[in-house]
Design a protein around this ligand. Sequence first.
Ligand SMILES: *Cc1c(COP(=O)(O)O)cnc(C)c1O
Length: 354
Amino acid sequence: MRPACAVLDGEALRHNLKVVRAQSSAQIMAVIKANGYGHGLCWSARNLPEADGFGVASLEEGLALRAAGIDRDICLLEGFFSAEEIPLIIQERLAPVIHEHHQIAALQRYAGPGAFDAWIKIDTGMHRLGFAPDEVRAAQAALEALPVIRRIGLMSHLASAETRACPETTHQIATFRTLAETAPRSLANSAGILLWPQSHHEWVRPGLMLFGASPLPDADGPTLGLRPVMTLKSRLISIRRRHAGDAIGYGGAYRCPEDMPVGVVGIGYGDGYPREFRRPPSVLISGRRAPVVGRVSMDMVTVDLRSIPEPDIGDEVILWGEGLPVEEVADAAGTVPYTLLCGLTQRLPRWPAA
Ligand SMILES: *Cc1c(COP(=O)(O)O)cnc(C)c1O
């Protein structure tokens, strides 16, 4: 069997939730959309017994959590996409975000039984989802008039919370304060929790930081006291001595500068390890860094083993996680840790840490 796998540390997840608690007295809506940022939707929910609620992207994710026996608050961060979802939302006690007129119209047409809690999304400056500031009062009044709506919360999202002393964020927070006159209110994502205490309100919405990665460009997870939940691992499946001038892998993209050992790791872009890099990343073998050389293949990665004292077939290789922050690999790939974690493919097995 292929040795590639993601080892998941539930204790680290619970630890990171405590880090959020230490930063904020607000209730915590743990955002576990996109298959729990690649860690597994239900695994993430089960390993967050202290979360006050969950945030997911869609009805199917909410239903999967209910089917797994999760009975806490579940917010659908993009609400419903069609009116047919309304009965299921009621039946499964989900709380959708209402951000568009078509959703209000669908609720006004709904004549069935039952009711649910909802959030109104306010566009305070991100210009993605939400009612414009001058539409909020009318949207709120329209929803309050509907028997299908129980309690209404007010939500917005920060566009640049990871930037310290950002005037746009200050402006978003001020706009939100003016418009969101009633609790519950929710504005802060991970970066908001870490850098903008005035954005916390009644509910914070951490995603990335729960999984141990930092949303801030100038600090990694361990620096913030977070622990990586996932360690992406595989093993050396081949070690060969190559000669000076030998070209390695597809397109011969790397040429050995001298006689040297080159290892092959059993993992590739078919598992979600990135293929495009702006500078070569490293992997971790026996606690030391070995640079990736040549192109990443679908199932294999070649590494320069010159820095590893006595490499052996079967040696464990860490691609990111414990000892090698995913932020570092993301930076080498010119991306953010979000895309690497979410980009892991279905064939990659996820194992709970022993
Ligand atoms: C994904 C998401 C979050 C969590 O963001 P992080 O940066 O991962 O903490 C919070 N709120 C909304 C609306 C989201 O879509």
